[in-house]
Ligand binder design. Structure first.
Ligand SMILES: C[S@@+](CC[C@H](N)C(=O)[O-])C[C@H]1O[C@@H](n2cnc3c(N)ncnc32)[C@H](O)[C@@H]1O
Length: 367
């Protein structure tokens, strides 16, 4: 029995190496290319923390948290929720997600005013867990499913741990435009444009047939409710492309049933993988979840997978597909897409991806 590669870096998420302000600066740099507004605001937040301003008060309690706590994203999501909920109309004028067109570099005074006016509510929202649903990561998931379908020739029972609202459980209902061809569901309203560099290891024409969509999360979000949809949007950066994608994904989720149970990853997986199911491949998928699960629980997830792998047969294979960051000592993230397939337990690095899945660079070398 062997835990898979994606399991082995458990417990290695570093502490904020040089403090809160530096982490906010790093986050600003990560956001800047696709969301200038978030880039500017996070940089101002870093300055405000250094100056001991309102942001220092809101985020100070988390100064000693691991980088994975992503304090900047929590604060941005808290304010975004107020913007989308209509409670910060003057700030909304700068948010593309709320129809605003104001210049991003002028938004800070209004943003700071909102921090002062809604401090208590923002502090409550900052304390809530990060529950991004990034449909761009479906680009990696769908390519991984193609690889698994090609290798097994079987339909797929898809299990996602840390599924949040379960949007990516509908990865086969999204479309992927590659070189003029539409893969996935060509009728889909959600089209990911040229999401890959290279191609996954699957012959042209490979079909992905998902026959079960099951997930778990500590706090599932129901995309069918208005509150659930608003929370999903608030956790997404305010740039138009990602907000539009979330809107389409919520509509697709409403039309394509999937079950996301409120459960801890290890306990849920143990019950789901208890017995081999012939005639289908049982795929366990997770993206950006490892850093949020206690190390002991995560080790158990690895042990449960390895045990299910031992019991797998060619009629009832098991696959572990993961999209998780390797975090360097410098705090920089590299997102790796890894697959282990049983029987046999062969592990492969399938791809290196951007944090939000696009582009996913398929690896040709065996690693
Ligand atoms: C950053 S989100 C990622 C969501 C989604 N997989 C994605 O890639 O967009 C991490 C999710 O893991 C969930 N989570 C954290 N600890 C968990 C645990 N012990 N068991 C199940 N889910 C957990 C959180 O509630 C959250 O929804």
């Amino acid at each position: 029995m062997r835990e898979t590669d994606a399991m082995t870096t458990v417990g290695e998420v570093p502490r904020l190496p040089a403090g809160l302000a530096e982490e906010l600066d790093r986050q600003a740099e990560r956001c800047r290319p696709s969301s200038p507004l978030y880039g500017f605001l996070l940089r101002e937040l870093a300055g405000d923390v250094r100056a001991g301003g309102i942001a220092a008060g809101l985020l100070g309690p988390y100064d000693n948290e691991p980088t994975a706590f992503v304090p900047g994203l929590r604060l941005m999501a808290a304010v975004h929720a107020l913007v989308l909920g209509g409670q910060a109309p003057r700030l909304a004028a700068y948010y593309p997600s709320a129809g605003g067109h104001g210049p991003p570099d002028r938004a800070w005074p209004e943003f700071r005013r909102v921090l002062h006016e809604h401090t208590e509510r923002i502090a409550e929202l900052v304390a809530q867990p990060v529950q991004t649903n990034e449909t761009g990561r479906s680009a990696a998931l769908y390519g991984g499913l193609l690889t698994i379908a090609a290798a097994t020739g079987l339909p797929i029972r898809l299990h996602e741990i840390g599924a949040s609202a379960g949007l990516n459980l509908r990865a086969d209902r999204f479309a992927y435009r590659m070189g003029g061809r539409l893969l996935g569901d060509p009728q889909s309203a959600l089209v990911l444009d040229e999401p890959w560099d290279g191609l996954p290891d699957a012959p042209e024409g490979t079909q992905v047939r998902v026959i079960e969509r099951l997930g778990c999360d500590l706090r599932p979000i129901d995309p069918a409710t208005p509150e659930g949809a608003l929370r999903l949007k608030s956790l997404t950066w305010a740039d138009p492309a990602r907000i539009e994608r979330i809107g389409h994904a919520v509509a697709i989720a409403r039309a394509t049933p999937a079950t996301v149970d409120a459960a801890n990853a290890d306990e849920w997986l143990a019950s789901r993988l208890a017995d081999p199911v012939p005639g289908a491949v049982s795929v366990v998928w997770h993206s950006v979840v490892r850093q949020y699960v206690e190390p002991d629980r995560w080790r158990r997830v690895g042990a449960i997978l390895a045990q299910a792998g031992d019991a797998a047969t060619s009629a009832a294979p098991v696959a572990h597909l993961s999209f998780e960051p390797d975090i360097g000592p410098d705090g920089l993230y590299t997102f790796a897409v890894r697959l282990t397939l049983w029987p046999g337990g062969r592990s492969r690095l399938l791809a290196i991806a951007a944090a939000h899945g696009i582009p996913t660079r398929w690896q040709t070398e065996e690693r």
